[in-house]
Design a protein around this ligand. Structure first.
Ligand code: T46
Length: 131
């Protein structure tokens, strides 16, 4: 399975906490894009795609959601519910995001610019692409 959970470095003191991720040091790629997902609803699911080349790190800055990750052979579910945990997702991983808490906020760091041609949004095609 081409994913892993990363413990994000946290600097904490009496003022609160500060978490940090640096390109090519804490994460295995250079960050080219940052986007975030918010105003989510529990009954709405997202994702249903894989990426041919892109790698990403997802952090639940607030709230929680489940990532169902599928490499074409196995499926595993990861719950993101802490701002000090990052979910690294490599290429060729089908993902579904579900069970969002109200107002969950996901920040995503991506290894490349947005390119719709780089997505596979059909599960049959995803399976074929792995052969
Ligand atoms: C992923 C998961 C975790 C853009 O125009 N630019 C962007 O950088 C992104 C990410 C999306 N979009 C457009 C494409 C769609 O018209 O925003 C719309 C919603 O995107 P999408 O349906 O792909 O959203 P999710 O939540 O299903 O998937 C997103 C990312 O697209 C994807 O790379 O891994 O979050």
């Amino acid at each position: 399975m081409n994913y892993k959970l990363i413990n994000i470095k946290v600097h904490g003191d009496e003022r609160g906490k500060l978490a940090v991720l640096e390109s090519l040091k804490d994460i295995p790629f250079e960050i080219k894009r940052v986007y975030w997902i918010f105003d989510t609803l529990p009954e709405q699911e997202r994702g249903f795609h894989s990426h041919k080349d892109m790698e990403q790190i997802v952090v639940a800055m607030d709230g929680a959601c489940d990532f169902v990750l599928d490499d074409g052979e196995r499926t595993e579910t990861v719950t993101l519910n802490r701002p000090d945990k990052g979910l690294y997702i490599g290429k060729n991983m089908w993902r579904v995001m579900k069970n969002f808490s109200y107002g969950c906020k996901l920040m995503v760091l991506a290894s490349d610019y947005y390119n719709e041609k780089e997505y596979i949004r059909n599960y049959g095609e995803f399976k074929k692409s792995l052969k």
